[in-house]
Ligand binder design. Structure first.
Ligand code: ZN
Length: 304
């Protein structure tokens, strides 16, 4: 179950109700700008979770926006460190820090270490790591990316999103995830990393860089993968199994479990049923319901 209402919203979460629904773990969303002031409250909630017998996971959002599941989430870091932002193919700065910028990486690792000290959880969720991309415009062409690319390839970073540039971006995000895992595990070696790539994009060539499941799942930092699905159009139809199978097989081939990450405005009992069926047919190891409010709104009678 995802608790996405922010840190102050955690006060309204009923842990006995979660347990009554058969929920065994909770992913607590931790927005950067709120964590600045509400860190103690966040830590206390994760300890309550643990005492209630629920496994907790922390999903940091904001934090330079490399992890960017929701464009509405703010990041004070971006405003105070404009020099570390990604630079797109038109030469403009984007509202995302560059995962290859060592100044950003240091701040990010420090922030994650601080969170790891503060909370009592089983692991961290890295949700939708990505580079900027939009309608043929892509990032990043900052000094660090240019340097890293030419050091490895022996030629300047092309202006077009060529296959070697796509690979460079994929590898950069993979290294970022390694650094993120190293940061939390420097506090506690048992802390796990759950990698949740963005859902496949249309067209598939317009990529943020986290589109290669085999590469992401083979990352030694990744303990499990999250497969985001949401109902398409009206009704409760979820994507066809066939469309999801290659991602699942890539992860299982690397020995990594896959959690179905079901995102919906409302978790109707029919959708819950569909989600369970999909997870079973794909051989997935867990289901994450997103989110708490969606389930409460639905007032599902049947246990989830
Ligand atoms: Zn860059």
């Amino acid at each position: 179950m995802v608790l996405a209402g922010g840190i102050t919203g955690l006060e309204t979460v009923s842990l006995p109700w979660l347990r009554d629904q058969g929920i065994s773990f909770a992913v607590v969303t931790c927005p950067e700008d709120e964590a600045r002031w509400e860190a103690e409250r966040l830590g206390a909630f994760t300890r309550q979770l643990a005492r209630a017998g629920l496994e907790g996971y922390l999903a940091p959002v904001g934090y330079g926006k490399v992890l960017d599941p929701d464009p509405a989430v703010t990041s004070l870091y971006l405003h105070t460190h404009p020099g570390t932002l990604q630079i797109d193919s038109r030469g403009r700065r984007c509202a995302k820090a560059c995962p290859n910028d060592p100044r950003f990486l240091e701040w990010f690792a420090n922030s994650m270490r601080t969170l790891a000290w503060l909370v009592e959880v089983k692991g961290f969720v890295w949700d939708s790591p990505s580079f900027y991309h939009s309608r043929g415009v892509w990032a990043c062409r900052c000094t660090y990316c240019q340097r890293l690319f030419s050091a490895a390839a022996g030629e300047p970073l092309p202006r077009e999103l060529l296959p070697e540039v796509l690979d460079f971006r994929r590898n950069s995000l993979s290294l970022f995830l390694l650094a993120a895992t190293a940061a939390i595990q420097s506090v506690d070696r048992r802390l796990q990393s759950i990698v949740v790539p963005p859902p496949p994009l249309d067209p598939p060539t317009a990529t943020g860089g986290a589109d290669n499941w085999k590469l992401l799942a083979s990352n030694s930092g990744a303990a499990a993968m999250g497969l985001v699905v949401s109902p398409e159009g009206r009704g409760y139809r979820l994507p066809e199994e066939g469309a999801l199978l290659p991602s699942v097989q890539a992860a299982h081939g690397e020995g990594k479990p896959v959690w179905l990450w079901l995102t919906a405005e409302r978790l109707h009992p029919e959708l819950v049923h569909e989600g369970r069926k999909l997870a079973r047919n794909l051989g997935l190891e867990a289901i994450v319901w997103s989110d708490y409010e969606a389930l409460r709104r639905t007032r599902a009678k049947s246990p989830v």
